[in-house]
Design a binder for this molecule. Structure first.
Ligand code: NAD
Length: 235
């Protein structure tokens, strides 16, 4: 049964945040399942999987350029800024995110484990290189080798990066407190990760507008916007 008043985050050193699309909702980026969610309108099979990219890289890049445009027009919100402030003050804080929007970094977060990659990185499979790129739209879709740059995003049907999974698991194995922010906890395998901390019986706090399939596993459940609830825990 969830308790009512959570402890102050200032009383901990090793804090892990596990974040999802709800963290960026107040910046104006629709969540996955919420109204305006991109996969209501577009079929991922045509725009967000390796097979689609291999078949029509130009079409997939048109879609990703449009997504870049939407995200570039949004600003980090107070919740992103609070996480950056906590990282500055508590150097052992780890932020694990399923988001690809880069808003945490724009708010000043320095150490973010991006489980699902980034809209702002591209990679060349043939050359084995990846680089940051913030152009909207991407000015050159091909690498010098002639292959298309691929968005460095974990698309549908892709495996997650094992190094990221290891780093996330290590942080969750060692933290004193876990704070989940704005995730439905239903996109796997990322959604499995918080269980590493939850099974250790650490202090755990879920921030979400709604009940999720994993709410009952958390010590404290805060129902409300990420900005307000994080401010309560920190400011
Ligand atoms: P999800 O859409 O499945 O769930 C979002 C959750 O956030 C919901 O439980 C919702 O109740 C909650 N929420 C919505 N607004 C909130 C707010 N203001 N404050 C607190 N909670 C709020 O998202 P997910 O769990 O992250 O999984 C979806 C997948 O799609 C992930 O890979 C995700 O990163 C990706 N995605 C990313 C972005 C982005 O980068 N901003 C946007 C959409 C989807």
């Amino acid at each position: 049964m969830a308790h009512v008043s959570p402890p102050r985050l200032r009383d901990f050193e090793r804090i892990v945040f596990f974040t999802g699309a709800g963290l960026s909702a107040e910046s104006g980026i629709p969540t996955y399942r919420g109204t305006g969610g991109v996969w209501h309108k577009y079929r991922w099979q045509e725009f967000a999987c390796q097979r689609a990219f291999d078949a029509s890289p130009e079409k997939v890049w048109d879609f990703h350029d449009a997504r870049r445009g939407v995200v570039a027009a949004c600003e980090p919100n107070h919740a992103h800024r609070i996480l950056a402030a906590i990282q500055r003050e508590k150097s052992e804080t780890v932020v694990i995110t399923q988001n690809i929007d880069g808003l945490l970094q724009r708010a000043g977060c320095t150490h973010v484990i991006e489980l699902h990659g980034s809209l702002w990185r591209v990679r060349c499979e043939r050359e084995g290189i990846r680089k940051e790129n913030f152009e909207v739209p991407l000015s050159k879709r091909q690498c010098d080798c002639g292959d298309y740059w691929r968005p460095d995003i974990v698309w549908f049907e892709d495996a997650l990066d094992p190094g990221n999974m290891r780093d996330a698991a290590a942080a969750l194995s060692d933290c004193e407190v876990l704070v989940s922010v704005g995730t439905s906890g239903s996109v796997y395998p990322a959604a499995e990760l918080p269980r590493i901390a939850l099974e250790r019986d650490v202090v755990s706090i879920e921030i979400n507008l709604d009940e999720t399939p994993v709410s009952h596993l958390y010590t404290y459940v805060l129902r409300g916007n990420a900005t307000e609830m994080l401010a309560t825990l920190w400011d």
